[in-house]
Design a protein around this ligand. Structure first.
Ligand code: IMP
Ligand code: ZN
Length: 353
């Protein structure tokens, strides 16, 4: 764990409202009760410390979390705290993602929500945190095409206003709802406007036709891809498309096991793709809901799949290739990783001599 904590890391799949830490959640709940809210919320309804839950139960948890984060102050605090927590965990570059949300009761519009998130990112940038933060806007599968188009428009608008902080579009939300193919025109429009695409795909079984069409875009990265390969109900054709485009997979071990889409850690699709040398990026998904951290996910990967420290370093180093930011940012990050490797592995070799 000590090595995993000290390892510089890249986080590419983190939903803002799923990443709220226990501490932040407690503070938000306290504030809520001080303000006289009549419907008390227990903290255990927002996180899975032990055991697992069905995806239905997990999406019900998000509804509870959204009740707590229903105003711009909360959105600012959550984003600000998450960035500090990732920085403390030695994450040097993070792409947060979030669904623009309006709550008329509190006066929060989608624009005000995004401005609070972006203000938190800008304020963290002014501090000495050693982390680069970018933002991806999410289309919830529950939305209709008009909302999806509106999200793309917001991404384009805030990409400009924020000087490139907004860099992409995500498709997420309950994977059993609606059909991702409906959003393909919105994805194409986003791409034509310079936005990258990180899409949740094949998160549940029996979506091969939908996945097949979306893979033809192709997306720039795939979230989960749990059911792509034939051994679990996917197809050779899906695998061939992912391989052909070398589309990186964002893999979240704890999330998939606690969300019961994967039976146990050693059944995780990480093994299938990692063993064939396909680009894999270890991510947290929802570090608050699933009570994890990126260091814990690296440790889990190392223990489950018997990965050495050097290979773990390579795994984290190669993630730099798959960020949505510029080549200049990649060069800055690679330099940091090289400094870490020089200090760590040379010291290790010296200790052995
Ligand atoms: P938000 O977009 O910042 O509000 O983060 C919470 C949202 O992320 C949830 O309401 C879902 O739409 C999405 N999300 C979080 N985890 C998952 C997942 O495992 N699969 C699909 N969507 C997810
Ligand atoms: Zn996700």
């Amino acid at each position: 764990m000590e090595f995993c904590r000290s390892l510089p890391k890249i986080e590419l799949h983190a939903h803002i409202n799923g990443s709220i830490s226990e501490k932040t959640m407690q503070e938000l709940l306290q504030k809520r009760s001080q303000e006289g809210s009549k419907d008390p919320i227990e903290r255990w309804t927002t996180t899975i410390e032990k055991g697992d839950k069905s995806l239905d139960e997990i999406f019900a948890m998000f509804k509870v979390i959204h009740q707590i984060s229903n105003n711009t102050d909360a959105a600012y605090k959550i984003t600000y705290d998450i960035i500090h927590e990732f920085a403390e965990d030695n994450v040097k570059y993070v792409e947060l993602r979030t669904t623009p949300r309006a709550v008329p009761d509190t006066g929060m519009t989608k624009e005000l929500y995004l401005e609070s998130v972006l203000k938190a990112i800008a304020d963290c940038e002014k501090e000495d945190l050693d982390i680069i933060v970018k933002l991806i806007l999410a289309i919830d599968r529950r939305s209709d095409v008009n909302i999806a188009n509106e999200t793309v428009d917001l991404a384009v608008k805030y990409k400009q206003i924020s000087n490139g902080k907004v860099i992409g579009i995500d498709l997420s939300g309950d994977p059993s709802v609606n059909d991702a193919r409906d959003f393909i025109p919105a994805f194409k429009c986003a791409r034509s406007k310079g936005l990258k695409l990180a899409l949740h795909l094949a998160e549940v079984l029996d979506q091969n036709a939908e996945t097949e069409s979306v893979l033809d875009l192709p997306p720039d990265r795939i979230g989960h891809g749990t059911f792509l390969h034939p051994e679990v109900g996917g197809t050779e054709s899906l695998v061939a498309k992912v391989k052909q485009h070398k589309t990186p997979l964002e893999l979240c071990l704890t999330s998939n096991v606690k969300g019961r889409t994967v039976k146990a850690f050693d059944n995780h699709q990480f093994k299938y793709w990692y063993d064939m040398g396909h680009p894999c990026v270890v991510c947290t998904d929802d570090k608050g809901v699933f009570a994890t951290s990126l260091s814990k996910e690296y440790k889990l990967a190392a223990e489950t799949f018997d990965i050495s420290q050097q290979d773990l370093y390579q795994l984290s180093y190669k993630a730099i290739d798959h960020i949505f930011d510029t080549e200049d940012t990649k060069a800055i990050l690679r330099q940091k990783w090289c400094t870490f490797a020089e200090n760590t592995f040379k010291a290790n070799i010296r200790n052995l001599q």
